[in-house]
Design a protein around this ligand. Structure first.
Ligand code: PHE
Length: 338
């Protein structure tokens, strides 16, 4: 038995093999314990010697197992060290830092510019009720202007806002009747539209709103001229063209002289020298009244600028879908503008 045990211990491949052997030989029902059963067949004189021999065997096997355990443990450790070896001469993996999204860069730039002029930045919810998106903006249910903005309704009363003018209406209501109001409201807006190079069912706007005593179109013009020059260069001129929005009166469309050809005419401005950048106007008296202001005592201007449009012009992006398809190669090119 001693020899058999020694051989099998020597052959053990790993610690779990060895453990099985320990149970087989030294366990309560193991082979060494079995030997003890023979005790009863022995004479009184033989018993002590037999007991001693079995004990010696037991110790012998136990110490063999212990030796083997140490040997196996060491070789397993060596194998692990070998396996987990780190080659410090390998070149490291390069960590690439992310960068800001171009729409974020433009939004931040506009926010900074207006904060510098004393404006507050206010955001709102993407889902709004009909009342703030349309009614308060002087667009009643049967008004044809509702068709100007194909909307995405969630249920009878709630929709994804079609313009940041919805935030403007909340701001007005919450501030009334206090003066002055000076805010910009950036955010995503949504319209039922087929996506192509210049249309997206989701895009970003920034609304501007100023209400105080004696605010005129001249204030609007000065403000937007400042915006145009900050965003497109110090030589830029702007012009107002008459337009229509239900929530402003008078309403204007604002053009800036082309930053590519400086107003001479090029493909970017379709040869006209001018590029349309936003819609604006004097806040309609009905809008002021509905929010709780007296249009006899104050007036205001508002504008809504498309962030994608500014980004496309500024960076020469030819397809609005680039902003939403998450192509890292496109986004990484904006790192230098951060
Ligand atoms: N809400 C208008 C739009 O989405 C933009 C606008 C805002 C026009 C404020 C005038 C005043 O087109």
């Amino acid at each position: 038995l001693r020899k058999e045990a020694a051989e099998r211990i020597a052959q053990a491949q790993d610690l779990s093999d060895l453990n099985q052997l320990r149970v087989q030989y030294l366990g309560k029902k193991g082979k060494v314990q079995d030997l003890m059963k023979n005790m009863k067949n022995l004479s009184k004189e033989e018993k002590p010697q037999f007991g001693k021999d079995v004990n010696a065997l037991k110790q012998h096997v136990a110490s063999r197992i212990e030796e083997k355990r140490e040997e196996l443990a060491e070789s397993e450790m060596n194998m692990r060290i070998e396996r987990e070896k780190i080659d410090i001469t390998l070149p490291g993996r390069r960590q690439t830092a992310g960068n800001l999204h171009p729409l974020h860069i433009v939004t931040q730039e506009l926010e900074d510019l207006f904060i510098g002029l004393g404006y507050q930045v206010i955001e709102g919810n993407d889902i709004v009720d009909d009342e703030y998106c349309f009614e308060r903006a002087n667009i009643p249910k049967d008004h044809p202007a509702r068709a100007m903005q194909d909307s995405l309704y969630i249920d009878e009363n709630n929709l994804l806002r079609t313009h940041t003018t919805a935030i403007q209406m909340k701001v007005l209501e919450q501030a009334a009747p206090n003066l002055p109001i000076k805010v910009v409201c950036p955010g995503k807006v949504y319209r039922r539209d087929d996506d192509d190079a210049t249309h997206s069912h989701q895009f970003m706007q920034m609304e501007g709103l100023v209400v105080d005593r004696h605010i005129t179109l001249a204030d609007l013009k000065g403000t937007l001229e400042f915006l145009a020059r900050k965003m497109f260069g110090q030589d830029r001129q702007i012009r107002f063209r008459p337009s229509y929005f239900p929530f402003t009166e008078p309403s204007v469309e604002v053009d800036v002289t082309c930053h590519i050809c400086n107003g001479k005419g090029c493909p970017t401005c379709k040869g006209t020298g001018w590029i349309e950048i936003l819609g604006a106007g004097e806040v309609h008296p009905n809008v002021l009244r509905m929010a709780g202001y007296d249009p006899e005592k104050c007036s205001g201007f508002a504008f809504g600028v498309g962030i994608e449009r500014i980004a496309m012009l500024k960076y020469g992006v030819d397809d609005i879908r680039h902003f939403y398809t998450n192509d890292k190669r496109f986004e990484e090119t904006f790192k230098r503008f951060e």
